[in-house]
Design a protein around this ligand. Sequence first.
Ligand code: ASP
Ligand code: MG
Length: 441
Amino acid sequence: MLVLKFGGTSVGRPERMRKIADLLFETSGKKVVVLSALSGTTNTLVRIGDHLLAKGTDAAEREIVTLEKHYEAFATDLFSSQAYRAIGQEIVGRYFSLFRLLAAGRFDERSYRELLAQGELISTELFYHHLQERKIASKLLPALHFMSIDENQEPELEKISERLRPLIQTLGNVDILVTQGYICRNHRNEIDNLRRGGSDYTASLIGAAIKAAEIQIWTDIDGMHNNDPRIVKKTFPIAELTFDEASELAYFGAKILHPSTIVPAQKMGVPVRLKNTMDEKAAGTLISNKGSRGQVKAIAAKDGITAVRVKSSRMLLAYGFLRKVFEVFEKYKTSIDMVSTSEVAVSVTIDDLQALSNIEEELRALGTIEVDKDQTIICIVGNMIAEKPDALKLVFDSLSSVPIRMVCFGGSHNNISILLDTRHKDKALNLLNEGLFTIPR
Ligand code: ASP
Ligand code: MG
């Protein structure tokens, strides 16, 4: 069985949705199809929810009216026969009545989450009826019947698997099962979600739960690129990555994949393939246990980083100093990304600044503190230690004209992280692209 996930832009226009139907029709075998909400919908639902929490009913109604027009036009265009156009209008009407019902009631956090879930429910319902109209056999597989998170917001993979397998068995006489990304139930059995961008995560959880042959994430670029295409001109798609490499890239800023996505797939050893809806024949990127080795694979950058340096002569020859430093961050639930030490100082980076002033104050008891904001981590991924010993030299040669604030190497086998002022990011990414890759023509 395959799991195929299509994101917001891939279903965001009627012609794109029809194209997905073509693609599914041409792909043989059984598959679970995970859809996001139409592009922009979740953002709009967030705005509507925010207005309603703040008692801005009029502002919410204005947003609802605009969104409703968008969906009416979408449904009219999507279907071709009178009969199905009527079904389309009925579906749209039903969802927008629900929005107004929610808006008129006592709107709380729980109603908010229920509202957010409607984007995926409506996109899958429209898509399912589109398949019906074209006589492509399929069934709806309701995510709220199997996808769940525990009290710590963590997906319950085992329970999901126990519910999903029999569900697929009962529905299983068709090749296409259509389900909602992003949405789930929480430990109180209320409607909840896997957080923004969570449809990728849904696909991976389903793939892991049923031990699928492959999880395919369909977007509108041809796989994960070796560098940020918005900043660097000559980038190219990476054919193969290991799960570890892909996790680092997703975490450090490669926007194509939700960072948690890799976890369930890796746990169950299910390969993840990134594919392009605009160019189905393109190979895309395959993420698996095997993944090819032996080069620098890619570069990603993460902004909004703050570096904190604690300097103290008491650190010299003392033990337990690092523990005291780390305890302060732990106390304020602030996670650390990079760490670099010398005999008299330690530098760490954080991206959550909520507790920074408290942290600074407590650290002052340990030494002098310096804080640098607006930093960027550039993460260079690939098997560098064993397979490409000159990678470090190439990295530093490339960056000889850029001031570097911190370097981490050796923490894992496949990562060099460099911290620099965000002002130098674009230049650094371009220099590294030229220095580290042979750019295919
Ligand atoms: N619709 C949700 C969002 O926009 C989930 C997703 O698209 O992955 O965050
Ligand atoms: Mg996404």
